[in-house]
Ligand binder design. Structure first.
Ligand SMILES: *[C@@H]1O[C@H](CO)[C@@H](O)[C@H](O)[C@H]1NC(C)=O
Ligand SMILES: CC(=O)N[C@H]1CO[C@H](CO)[C@@H](O)[C@@H]1O
Length: 412
């Protein structure tokens, strides 16, 4: 009897919702297969994000005529339907929103135990900015990931204040990135650790890690193009406990005044895109919310290389990763969430050009769930090191893989 009355109430609510309800701000309001509300509450408008997902955003929307919007939507829908019914291979019907490069250097000396030898830092506050200007001006890239060690920012003082000199140098890189007009990911590159011990799991306390992010969010809260990359590549930890740590960081960033910027949520297994669902990262991180209970701009952070062991340490590529990104896309759609591929890359060789272009085609075709990518890596790699994944431009000339795939699959 109780069960029957619950069903009764459920049906009534469902009917009422479909007939009259307007979607709340940040909620979905359209897209292929969407049967929920298509209008938004007062003070917001339905923004057509991509064929699979429209969202209620605050404000009155861009001054676009209704006629133009409608005809564009219709065309897109028709072409998507055709491609799905004629082939199982994704075709480039869409395009990701963000494309860019990692600018490494302030993370140098960091190893997977979360220990950083500060003598190995390459200060990218000048050269890194020059590189970003090239990538924006010549390649139209619009996002950069700026890795740094936690130790560097606080000059090895766990729990301390941002170091005026060292953080000051890193901030020049961040400001240089912002000045290009791009989005800029502040990436703490510590593998969820400090000197061998796991944050919140025997190592630094959650409070110490939260304090770092409170300081960074306070510093950068005014800029909407800052993206908070909570942590690079956690591994070998308790994912449930880690997700609780991430929740505290998200709350702290929002409460510091960075109320709406993107925050990247990293899973375990080195944020592997292939293992994200299977290893419990997806379920644990999907429960992380903003202080208002929403998941607006909480984006899953994933990495995937194309070499034999997904490590990005071999020059040859052996996979286009379509299997991995395909299953992850299905899960992302099932929970209505999105991911950013913040590390991917390969050697400057033919096999990588073939597979990387296929991977980028797939991401473009699934741009409803994949926001974009930052490839690994430009930054402080000296020419004499012959680093196999280098994307450091030679003046204004891009490396082979950038020329073959990263630029054409973004610009086309
Ligand atoms: C992880 O931590 C949670 C909560 O603290 C605990 O219940 C669970 O047993 C732990 N999992 C493992 C595999 O140790
Ligand atoms: C920590 C954890 O559970 N890792 C697992 C994630 O999923 C991959 C793929 O199934 C496993 O190999 C890992 O052991």
């Amino acid at each position: 009897m109780t069960i029957i009355s619950k069903f009764g109430i459920g049906v009534l609510i469902a009917v009422a919702t479909a007939a009259t309800a307007q979607q709340t701000v940040w909620g979905q309001c359209g897209g292929i297969g969407w049967t929920g509300p298509s209008t938004c509450v007062s003070g917001s408008y339905c923004a057509p994000g991509n064929p699979y997902y429209s969202q209620c955003l605050p404000g009155s929307g861009p001054a676009t005529s209704t006629v133009t919007t409608t005809s564009r939507t219709t065309t897109t829908t028709a072409s998507i339907t055709t491609s799905v019914s004629t082939t199982t291979t994704p075709t480039s019907t869409g395009k990701v929103q963000f494309a860019g490069v990692n600018i490494a250097g302030f993370d140098f000396g960091m190893v997977t135990s979360g220990t950083q030898d500060l003598s190995q830092i390459v200060d990218e506050s000048v050269d890194g900015v020059t590189q970003m200007k090239h990538f924006v001006n010549d390649d139209t890239f619009n996002i950069f990931r700026l890795p740094t060690g936690w130790q560097y920012l606080v000059n090895n003082a766990l729990g301390g204040q941002l170091d005026a000199t060292k953080f000051g140098q890193y901030d020049k890189l961040v400001q240089g990135c912002l000045s290009t007009g791009a989005h800029c990911i502040v990436d703490i590159h510590n593998y969820a650790r400090w000197n061998g011990a796991i944050i919140g799991q025997g190592g630094p306390t959650d409070a110490q890690f939260v304090d770092l992010w409170t300081q960074l969010a306070t510093k950068y809260k005014a800029n909407s193009r800052i993206v908070f990359g909570v942590m690079n590549e956690p591994h070998d930890l308790n994912i449930t406990t880690w997700a609780a740590t991430v929740q505290k960081v998200v709350t702290a960033i929002r409460n510091a005044g960075a109320t709406s910027q993107m925050i990247l949520l990293p899973g375990t297994d080195y944020t592997s895109a292939a293992n994200f669902v299977e290893n419990g990262s997806g379920a644990a991180l999907a429960a992380v919310v903003n202080p208002d209970g929403s998941t607006h701009n909480l984006i899953f952070d994933v990495h995937k290389y194309l070499d034999s062991d997904n490590s990005g340490t071999h020059s040859e590529c052996v996979t286009n990763n379509v299997d991995a990104f395909s299953s992850l896309a299905t899960w992302l759609r099932s929970v209505g969430r999105q991911a950013l591929l913040s590390e991917t890359g390969g050697g400057n060789v033919q096999s990588c050009a073939t597979y990387m272009c296929q991977q980028l085609d797939f991401l473009n075709a699934n741009s409803d769930v994949y926001l974009g990518w930052t490839s690994w890596s430009a930054g402080g790699f000296q020419a004499s090191w012959n680093y196999i994944l280098t994307e450091v431009p030679n003046g204004n000339t891009d490396q082979y893989l950038v020329q073959q795939c990263f630029v054409p699959k973004w610009k086309s």
